[in-house]
Ligand binder design. Structure first.
Ligand code: C2E
Ligand code: CA
Ligand code: CA
Ligand code: CA
Length: 278
């Protein structure tokens, strides 16, 4: 028994060792990805369920590495947040998204672009200045930009986060709370935060019609939105039944595979035109 315990420990140490090496390699590749042009953005339509118009596009980053292939954001964003690389990557995302917004505005595609803003980015002293500067350089109206923040953003330094989001909001940028209900949701945050939208996390939408608890959580968020005068966006809508339920229940906005997966900008343009012709 002693022997096998020892072997176990060796195996365990070896596998941790491997994990550390893997992580270092990922960090190395990540640090070169920007310069090598390995990132691109895709856009997922946000639909107004009442008017049947596409009102927004969430920008989502994609990383295609020459040997790793597609690396999902859930895999590399946390690493980039931990080592600070997210600041530079996030700035690149914003730059691309603002450029795209200016292209779409010129083509008469009146969508708002939603960009995910990491808590680490929000902690940067010059984040407000950087964002406003990026909008100006691309000649994009602040009303065209929405920033999606998670509840984690409010936790480290609430007063600082409130102050920055206020400045961004004053400038005309709208703020959405992403993954609402999954983190340390507190009604205090909602009262203090200058937010306009709540996004119901896709984990509550997936089994919306199968799991009573999920139904109740979604209903609660929709009602909360109504009483606080915030618009509610359901993410991860995959079926007609989910769409029907949300529409009946008074959730105004939705995004999900039922309408479209996140797609490249060109495809997005075609999608908007055909959706509006239906
Ligand atoms: P998120 O912001 O909550 O984004 C929603 C995720 O759900 C996206 O995954 C999207 O592709 C996926 N999704 C959309 N509709 C459906 C659906 O109907 N069913 C299912 N199962 N999934 C759906 P993605 O693109 O893999 O991104 C994962 C996460 O990575 C994002 O979650 C966000 O937290 C982070 N992320 C992605 N791009 C960026 C970025 O540019 N900056 C930052 N800071 N984070 C990003
Ligand atoms: Ca998001
Ligand atoms: Ca989410
Ligand atoms: Ca998320």
């Amino acid at each position: 028994a002693k022997q096998s315990g020892h072997n176990h420990l060796q195996f365990y140490v070896a596998s941790i060792d491997q994990e550390i090496r893997d992580r270092k390699l990922l960090e190395r590749d990540l640090s070169e990805a920007l310069a090598k042009g390995e990132f691109h953005l895709v856009y997922q339509p946000q639909v107004d369920l009442e008017t049947r118009r596409i009102i927004g596009a969430e920008a989502l980053i994609r990383w295609n590495h020459p040997t790793r292939g597609f690396v999902p954001p859930d895999h590399f964003i946390p690493v980039a947040e931990a080592n600070g690389a997210i600041v530079e990557i996030g700035q690149w995302v914003l730059e691309q998204a603002c450029w795209q917004a200016s292209q779409w505005a010129a083509k008469g595609i009146g969508v708002r672009i939603a960009v995910n803003l990491s808590a680490v980015q929000l902690q940067q002293a010059d984040v407000v200045e950087d964002i406003l500067d990026t909008l100006h350089r691309h000649n994009v109206a602040a009303g065209r930009l929405e920033l999606e923040v998670t509840e984690t953003s409010f936790m480290t330094n609430l007063a600082d986060a409130v102050d920055k989001l206020h400045q961004l909001n004053q400038a005309g940028i709208s703020i959405a709370v992403d993954d609402f209900g999954t983190g340390y949701s507190s009604l205090t945050y909602l009262k203090k935060m200058p937010v306009q939208h709540l996004k119901i996390d896709k984990q509550f939408i997936r089994d919306l019609l199968l799991n009573e608890e999920d139904t109740r959580i979604a209903n609660t968020i929709i009602d909360l939105g109504r009483s606080l005068n915030l618009s509610v966006v359901a993410e991860g809508v995959e079926t007609a039944e989910q769409e029907y339920y949300l529409t009946q229940r008074g959730c105004r906005l939705a995004q999900g595979y039922y309408f479209s997966k996140p797609i490249p900008a060109r495809e997005f343009e075609t999608f908007v035109h055909s959706f509006h012709e239906q």
